[in-house]
Design a protein around this ligand. Structure first.
Ligand SMILES: [Ca+2]
Ligand SMILES: [Ca+2]
Length: 167
């Protein structure tokens, strides 16, 4: 029993130190930029992949496709994307589990914020892709480029990953 008390004190001290240090030191790895809106790290990838392959690449980098939480974060993302006119970037929104029921990756809560372009989402069928459109992109040359479009998931596009800050 004499060992228990000192050990718990040590654990408590470590936890306190971690709590004090983390908020100050939280930062993003080289090549990632911090979103103050979500408190996460964001990276735009320039190679083009299907939505599923883009997601796998994000997961391999320790994150997942980005979740855009509100209008100010959409503006922040758009600020990164805007210079790349005509290009679309995948994000982590999809309706793969039920047509028209959009959801964010790793989220069970309902979708609170969207920024659909005019006439979207339209789940458009095409001759080559008859399964509609279930994956969401931002920044292509739509009516309003900073808004969102549902797109065929097999389309190869650039993509945006998100991961937690590191202490
Ligand atoms: Ca759909
Ligand atoms: Ca669409």
């Amino acid at each position: 029993m004499s060992f228990i008390t000192p050990r718990w004190q040590d654990v408590s001290k470590d936890v306190c130190v971690a709590l004090l240090v983390l908020p100050v030191a939280a930062s993003c790895p080289s090549g990632w930029i911090k979103s103050t809106q979500s408190g996460t790290c964001i990276k735009l990838y320039q190679d083009k992949k299907s939505w599923t392959d883009a997601r796998a690449a994000c997961q391999a980098s320790g994150g997942d496709l980005v979740k855009i939480v509100d209008d100010s974060m959409n503006e922040f993302i758009w600020g990164q994307v805007a210079a790349d006119s005509g290009q679309a970037y995948w994000m982590g929104l999809h309706d793969l589990n039920g047509e028209g029921k959009f959801e964010w990756l790793n989220e069970t809560n309902g979708v609170m914020y969207t920024n659909w372009d005019i006439g979207q989402p339209n789940n458009l069928d095409s001759q080559m892709h008859s399964n509609g459109q279930d994956c969401v992109e931002i920044g292509n040359s739509l009516v309003t480029p900073k808004r969102w479009n549902d797109m065929d998931c097999d389309t190869t596009s650039k993509f945006i990953c998100e991961k937690s800050t590191t202490g």
